[in-house]
Design a protein around this ligand. Structure first.
Ligand code: NAP
Length: 188
């Protein structure tokens, strides 16, 4: 039954305490949650440093650490497609049946609303400090305060998977490319 299952869409680069807060709030309102790891094909870039598998790994550990009921939670990965208007059906083909979507993204809002699905915006908990972009920036700077914004298990995995070194080497590659081609932008 789709009635009481909600979708939370994001890239989770990485999952942070704001996302966990949203998951808890959604589970107060709905029986089950489906966490959609979007842009599953993307990794090793400044916007998307983590692979889909690494993100699933971190989300699972973060939910467990935060005492979120895993028997009420699904984590799925969905690659992007070039065809926005059919993306809601694409997501449906990867997900268990659902009746409502939670997102912070305006395109996701537009596409699901046009497809007749109710869309809600999770409360932006402790913004702007709880933000994936900010966490990635702090990691690059070598500012350890990012650790306050993610569950301990996520910080541990970020260390074990050497994500800071990965970000620094991606940045170095971009800087090298820009030196050779000053008109090139930082890639996604
Ligand atoms: P985004 O545009 O990167 O993020 C939207 C904003 O919402 C981010 O600032 C995000 O912050 C914030 N946010 C999300 N959940 C939040 C929460 N619970 N609390 C606070 N802030 C929250 O996109 P996204 O929403 O992360 O991901 C949308 C996914 O859908 C992407 O993977 C996108 O590629 C995919 N998509 C694909 C297609 C297609 O393939 N044609 C079409 C539409 C969308 P954080 O950075 O902190 O998470």
């Amino acid at each position: 039954m789709a009635e009481d299952r909600a979708l939370l869409v994001g890239r989770f680069q990485p999952i942070h305490k704001g996302h966990i807060h949203a998951v808890r709030e959604i589970l107060k309102e709905h029986k089950e949650i489906v966490i959609v790891v979007g842009s599953a094909q993307a990794s090793h870039s400044l916007e998307n440093p983590l692979t889909a598998g690494e993100r699933v790994y971190m989300i699972n550990k973060a939910l467990h650490e935060s005492d979120v009921d895993l028997s009420r939670s699904y984590i799925i990965t969905v690659p992007d497609i070039q065809f926005n208007s059919v993306w809601p059906s694409h997501v449906r083909s990867y997900a268990p049946p659902f009746s409502i979507v939670y997102t912070g993204n305006s395109l996701v809002t537009a596409l699901f609303s046009e497809a007749g699905v109710e869309v809600r915006h999770p409360k932006l908990f402790r913004r702007p400090e709880l933000s994936g972009t900010r966490i990635r920036e702090l990691l690059i700077k070598g500012d350890d305060s990012w650790r306050n914004f993610v569950p301990t298990s996520v910080a541990k995995l970020v260390d074990e998977l050497h994500i800071r070194s990965r970000l620094l080497s991606i940045l170095e590659d971009h800087d090298r490319q820009r030196l050779h081609n000053p008109l090139a932008n930082h890639g996604q």
